[in-house]
Write a protein that binds this ligand. Structure first.
Ligand SMILES: [Zn+2]
Length: 339
């Protein structure tokens, strides 16, 4: 299981728990000879599905990696039925510096699929994941949040695909993960993401957005931990250790999608975003979303920002000074899945 410049230290046939690396060959000042390590933890016992759990695709989103590290400590390899592969920091160079993109090549992992086997470190990793790892998986879960820049109301993401079986399995995972909002990725889905890599391989997948802000929320880290165990139990690869406590997820209350990117609100220039609405709100057309202040040109009158359409605010930008074109609010419409 390797591409030309990415290999691993794992013995895929061996049963038990192994702690190893994906080894990315990239010679630079930091590692002139050797490899850049992406930690990989592998559990295998008996027969059963092969499940891939990912975090740290973006390096400043920590709720997912925290919950995955809890699983790595606590999964008993004797109770596994199949294979569980956990990569808690897929873009490890980015996670190491708490930045969205990799410091090695400046690239955004979730805009780099299907990758390039002869490319830069981020592309080498995404190519390996799409062409070697995901094709051998029965399910993929990829944990995100808004990072330092944004805040998302907690939601799971499922890509709408024509394959009914894949859709059904993905929606079942979303139900088990147990967050109140389901975000359907359709027309405006970026096909350079892990979600698209799974869709191209016809592998069931959910992603999750677990808040944001660049730190980690205790409630959402716990929700992610419990959701992961419910999904592993639903896939019959690992029993839910919380079952006796009857920890239930939240039922999905709404499914939303991006109807039109023009419904989103973008910064009109370089200035101060004075937000007056938060993610998770239903808004009406014309409601005040916030104010935009020309902090560097205070002789200019501030702008009152209003919602151009009614809808559900899925995410908001979580910083003050912003640049023209930055998305201030991600506004979605309710929909249903045709499964
Ligand atoms: Zn992310």
């Amino acid at each position: 299981m390797s591409t030309k410049f990415v290999s691993s230290s794992i013995d895929w046939e061996k049963e038990g728990k192994q702690v190893g690396d994906l080894r990315v060959q990239w010679s630079d000042n930091l590692v002139p000879l050797g490899y850049h390590a992406v930690p990989l933890i592998y559990f295998r016992k008996g027969q059963g599905p092969n499940v891939l759990l990912l975090g740290g695709v973006h390096g400043d989103e920590f709720e997912g990696p925290s919950s995955l590290m809890r699983l790595i400590q606590n999964i008993d390899p004797e109770k596994v039925s199949g294979k569980i592969m956990i990569i808690p920091a897929l873009n490890r160079p980015a996670v190491s510096v708490s930045e969205r993109n990799s410091p090695l090549d400046g690239k955004n992992m979730n805009r780099s699929f299907p990758g390039n086997a002869q490319g830069t470190p981020t592309e080498l990793i995404s190519c390996h994941i799409e062409s070697v790892v995901i094709p051998n998986c029965d399910a993929v879960i990829d944990l995100h949040s808004g990072g330092k820049a944004s805040y998302f109301t907690p939601c799971t993401l499922v890509t709408e695909v024509a394959n009914r079986e894949v859709m059904k399995a993905s929606l079942e995972l979303a139900e088990e993960f147990g967050l109140p909002t389901l975000w359907k990725l359709g027309e405006y889905n970026d096909d350079r993401s892990v979600n698209s890599a799974a869709a191209r391989n016809a592998v069931p997948m959910i992603a999750a957005e677990l808040g944001g802000g660049g730190g980690s929320s205790p409630e959402l880290t716990r929700a992610s931990e419990e959701g992961l165990y419910r999904c592993l139990a639903q896939l019959e690869v690992y029993p839910n250790p919380f079952e006796e406590e009857l920890v239930q997820g939240t039922r999905i209350a709404r499914t939303v999608y991006t109807e039109d990117l023009n419904q989103c609100i973008f910064a009109p220039g370089r200035g101060l975003f004075d937000r007056d609405c938060k993610a998770g709100s239903y808004v009406q057309q014309g409601d005040v979303a916030g104010y935009f202040h020309w902090l560097e040109e205070p002789e200019r009158a501030s702008v009152t920002i209003r919602f151009p359409n009614s809808g559900f605010v899925l995410a908001h930008l979580n910083r003050g000074m912003v640049n023209r074109g930055e998305m201030l609010f991600l506004i979605t419409q309710e929909t249903e899945f045709n499964s």
